[in-house]
Write a protein that binds this ligand. Structure first.
Ligand code: NDP
Ligand code: MG
Length: 413
């Protein structure tokens, strides 16, 4: 018999914690502010909120939460931000360095939700304080995994994954029995093109790619979900976060996004975490960790759902999964090169300078051209590889555009 005295209940974090939100104006940032709102004014004291282009939303959030400082990464928007905060006593700042400085201000809990590799330096600044980092930005681990994990350990920081799959794994990981983990099952909805034939996917437009069937997310991650590069990044993220081998990371297509991922153990047990597809669950979990608290999310009605569907992924229609596995096996700076080439290709696709399948083709060519990859020993190694891979991708994108006979002002369909 299990007695209730065996395990002490987890204590809720103290009220009035100092909280910063990096990327406060984005999809994750807004959901984080919603969790803060729900937790009530006593729960947190907001230190820094950062954004980029959306000055109105940044200023409004800073006023609502009485932040100490609001920062836009875009220096050309400083005057707008200053004006929007005039008379409030809230500090305004702008530029990349200002974002890094704000991220490094003492805080007890920081949400890292800047999109892309732009999040790397600010997230590291937050991590180095040695407090709790709720990590949504996946590019930090993809580009600089071992370095990032070492920095967290050196600073004594607690890393709480917010990406829904990794948060699910974190919730069901039997930490004292880590050696008993056989593999993880990383679920993927399959995105809007899950059932499309290759010929139709090849002609997909940015508008079609951005329309995710289950999750409401930022534009870039939505398109990455359609190409399954998002899942590829998450495979690399999981490998670093949980100390797994590439073979221990398995993708499982699950169209309903109810099972957010699972851990399979050596004794045949599979422990999964389920919930409604709402990022406020993972964010709220990280906010209240190690306790659990009521969250403003829909409750699952499994009887109404009836059946859960699972399938094997298709690496022919979605080559991003194969490329991610190859990058995991190559190790070192391969993850950084994959992400940087993918970010360049994604921007070209959004600008209609590259067709949908061209994204994976460009990434594959860049990985082939830049291999073999050295270790990511310092942040400078990572930034240098990021620049090289973007440049290599840019050359290939331009060459394809010319070869397709498209000139200035023209576009792929
Ligand atoms: P959004 O695009 O919605 O938001 C991105 C945030 O970053 C905004 O605050 C944006 O500011 C800011 N930003 C953009 N460019 C820069 C820059 N150059 N420097 C500093 N800040 C910048 O993204 P999401 O919220 O969807 O995603 C954030 C991160 O979380 C990504 O890494 C994503 O992969 C990850 N993630 C997201 C999930 C989701 O459900 N959305 C799920 C799991 C992970 P502004 O809007 O003012 O321009
Ligand atoms: Mg995810």
């Amino acid at each position: 018999m299990v007695s209730e005295g065996d395990v002490a209940p987890a204590e809720a974090p103290p009220p009035g914690r100092r909280i910063s939100v990096l990327g406060a104006t984005g999809s994750i940032g807004r959901s984080t502010l919603d969790i803060l709102r729900h937790a009530g004014p006593e729960a947190a004291q907001v230190v820094a909120l950062t954004g980029h282009s959306n000055i109105a939303a940044l200023a409004e959030a800073a006023r609502e939460f009485r932040a100490e400082i609001a920062v836009t990464a875009d220096p050309s928007r400083y005057e707008d931000l200053k004006e929007a905060l005039a008379g409030t006593g809230i500090e305004a700042a702008a530029g990349e360095r200002a974002v890094i400085e704000a991220a490094g201000r003492p805080a007890d809990w920081t949400m890292a939700a800047i999109v892309g590799s732009a999040g790397l330096a600010p997230t590291l600044a937050a991590l180095r304080q040695g407090t709790t980092l709720a990590l949504a930005n996946k590019e930090c681990l993809v580009s600089a995994g071992p370095l990032f994990i070492e920095e967290a350990a050196a600073a004594g920081a607690l890393l709480l994954p917010v990406d829904s799959e990794h948060n699910a794994i974190f919730q069901v990981l039997d930490r004292p029995n880590r050696a008993a983990v056989e593999k993880i099952l990383l679920t993927a909805s399959g995105g809007p093109f899950r059932d499309w034939p290759l010929e139709r996917i090849a002609k997909a437009t940015p508008e079609e790619a951005v329309a995710h069937p289950n999750w409401d997310m930022g534009a870039k991650i939505s398109i990455d979900s359609a190409s399954m590069f998002n899942k590829g990044l998450e495979m690399i993220e999981a490998m670093h976060l949980f100390g797994l081998t590439p073979a221990q990371v398995q993708v499982l297509v699950h169209p309903q996004s109810i099972m957010h991922s699972a851990v399979a153990y050596v004794d045949g047990a599979v422990l999964a975490q389920m919930g409604a597809p709402d990022m406020r669950h993972a964010i709220g979990h990280a906010f209240h960790h190690p306790a659990r608290a009521p969250l403003p999310v829909e409750r699952l009605d499994l009887a109404a759902i009836g059946a859960l569907e699972f399938r094997a992924p298709d690496e022919v229609r979605f080559p991003a999964l194969r490329l991610a596995r190859e990058a995991m096996e190559a190790g070192g700076l391969a993850g950084c090169a994959l992400n940087a080439a993918k970010e360049a290709a994604l921007e070209a696709f959004m600008d209609r300078r590259l067709p949908f399948m061209g994204m994976a083709e460009v990434v594959e060519e860049v990985l082939g051209a830049l291999a073999p990859f050295g270790p990511a020993s310092t942040l400078d190694d990572v930034f240098a590889m990021d620049v090289r891979a973007r440049a290599a991708a840019g050359e290939r994108i331009a060459a394809r555009f010319r070869a397709a006979g498209l000139g200035k002002g023209a576009a792929f369909a």
